[in-house]
Design a protein around this ligand. Structure first.
Ligand code: GLC
Length: 551
């Protein structure tokens, strides 16, 4: 079956599945591929166009799957290759595309390539990782070749006595970085990519793509000026300007090669996760069918000014000709449902945040669970799985660990929310008796019902998918109001971030002159918020209106 359209990468909504936490089909407490397949009806009813699966490859699990020990296989924890084929086929039958997460920057230290590479300087894979001689010796100890640091804490160089050399790791010691300047690495990885494409997957998310290439001469990074203050100082990574350990010019060449392979079949795409590049640089890496995440928006509080500034920066960086991605949550960050509001306000704000995510210019990425307003969980210290949080406690992760945003999905109000018949690998959210897919499906006022209606409206309005962006009210009085225009159709989105009602005057004569019809409101189907040239918004309400445009 063909996908809904070849330009789903731009018009569609991409849903991130964190496979461990989505649905467990075999009772081992860990979500798996058949579990995802079994819940495709939910995703179809929700109205998403594509799924991105966080890594499903064999892994010792030290970075919970982002430490890959075989890029070309499926971890038995998640199922078999036949399970993936079935998931791809059944998703395609529903018009849903499927993209995999590619972790190309590093492997697990238990990958056969690294085991061979570390064994001697003359092994077959000797030059597949970043090996360097010590800069010298001090009191019998080797000195690292330069000042590079690990993002997860500590230095980036680990001594290997068998080779009497250091290897480099941006993340954990158990995640050695590959040598992307070695053509053999490139060939092997591109072959692996072709292999997944042959299974019918529709593209890839590229983990930390801007870190693949480091400075060829291994020059040290200069210090950041001024130096960070407070707790941020504790991590060496934060004290440097990362000009030599990532984002090198060779990256463009490689991206072009990889993208050419992906583009051999129309309707495939990639999305790159920047490790840490400025939005302006990241935007320069974006191209048709090849998105780049921009996390600036995600870092803002639920405040109209802050969000408007991030939107402006993004619009300026991407300009009218480049297509952004819109992300408010993922498996590394606090969830939007609890980040923006707690207590009784939470669901109202979750619904308004959904409007922001699904109506800004760009391809929205919806993190699993957000559609029911799933929140961050509290994980007691002894239960923490997330490796940097465990190892560098309390220095790097005093208040936050990534397990908090990875709670298993509650499907029903039954034991363990119907996620597993066994013991869930991570604790369930405490409010699962009321916050679960089944009960929210039955409740027309739930966050889930709001998402379903909103996604249907988005699908019906071309301006929300591909339209241009311009402000109507830029953060005045706590309101964000903007227009998305496409040939023949204008859409007006207004979000009241405040807990008080707001009245918005449509001062722009071109906007006031149009005949606006209500298309959606977070508070109910038949709200008519427009009275002449003023728009009345209830507390925390977000609305969408439409008007025909003469072409
Ligand atoms: C990306 C992933 C994160 C992982 C890291 C190292 O940032 O999103 O979860 O820990 O890469 O692979």
């Amino acid at each position: 079956m063909p996908l809904r359209s070849a330009d789903w990468w731009q018009r569609g909504v991409i849903y991130q599945v964190y496979p461990r936490s989505f649905a467990d089909s075999d009772g081992d407490g860990v979500g798996d591929l058949p579990g995802i397949t079994a819940h495709l009806d939910h995703l179809e009813a929700l109205g998403v166009d594509a799924l991105w699966l966080s890594p499903i490859y064999p892994s010792p699990g030290l970075d919970v799957g982002y430490d890959v020990s075989d890029h070309a296989a499926i971890d038995p924890l998640f199922g078999t290759m036949a399970d993936l084929d079935r998931l791809v086929a059944e998703a395609h039958d529903r018009g849903i595309a499927l993209i995999l997460d590619l972790v190309l920057n590093h492997t697990s230290d238990q990958h056969a390539w690294f085991e061979d590479s570390r064994s001697s300087r003359t092994s077959e894979h000797a030059d597949w990782y970043l090996w360097r001689d010590p800069a010298g010796w001090r009191r019998g100890k080797p000195i690292p070749p330069n000042n590079w640091q690990s993002l997860f804490g500590g230095g980036a160089w680990q001594w290997e006595p068998r080779r009497e050399q250091f290897y480099m790791h941006i993340f954990l010691v158990e995640q050695p970085d590959l040598n992307w300047r070695n053509p053999a690495v490139r060939t092997a990885q591109l072959d692996m990519i072709r292999g997944w494409l042959a299974h019918g997957v529709d593209g890839f998310r590229l983990d930390v793509y801007d870190a693949f290439f480091k400075d060829a001469s291994f020059a040290s990074n200069p210090p950041l000026v001024p130096q960070p203050r407070g707790l941020a100082r504790l991590r060496g990574w934060n004290r440097q300007l990362h000009v030599n350990d990532k984002d090198q010019p060779e990256l463009h060449d490689f991206l072009a090669e990889l993208r050419a392979i992906v583009d051999e079949v129309p309707g495939r795409m990639t999305v790159g996760e920047p490790l840490e590049v400025a939005p302006q640089i990241a935007a320069g890496h974006a191209g048709p069918r090849h998105l780049i995440f921009d996390f600036d928006l995600l870092k803002q509080p639920w405040k109209a000014d802050a969000l408007a500034d991030a939107i402006d920066e993004r619009e300026a960086a991407f300009g009218p000709s480049r297509w952004p991605a819109v992300v408010l949550s993922n498996h590394d960050q606090p969830r939007q449902a609890t980040r923006y509001a707690r207590g009784p306000e939470r669901d109202a704000v979750a619904k308004a945040a959904a409007v922001l995510l699904l109506t800004l210019r760009g391809t929205p990425f919806l993190y699993y669970g957000e559609e029911i307003g799933l929140g961050d969980i509290h994980v007691p210290r002894k239960e923490i799985v997330d490796p940097p949080a465990r190892r560098f406690w309390p220095f790097t992760q005093l208040w936050w660990n990534r397990d908090q945003c990875r709670a298993p999905m509650p499907w029903t109000d039954g034991p363990n929310g119907g996620f597993t018949t066994g013991r869930p690998w991570l604790r369930m959210a405490p409010d699962l008796a009321t916050r679960n897919v089944a009960s929210q499906s039955a409740d027309p006022d739930s966050v889930l019902s709001a998402y379903r209606r909103l996604l249907a409206v988005r699908r019906a309005l071309i301006a929300l998918q591909t339209g241009s962006f311009r402000w109507v009210v830029r953060a005045r009085g706590g309101v964000l109001a903007y227009r998305r225009d496409a040939p023949g159709e204008a859409v007006l989105v207004a979000i009241n971030l405040n807990a008080e009602p707001a009245t918005v005057a449509l001062e722009d004569p071109a906007t006031a002159a149009l005949t606006w019809q209500p298309a959606y409101s977070t508070v109910g189907e038949d709200r008519t918020p427009l009275d002449g040239a003023t728009l009345d918004l209830l507390p925390r309400e977000a609305v969408i209106l439409r008007a025909p445009l003469s072409v």
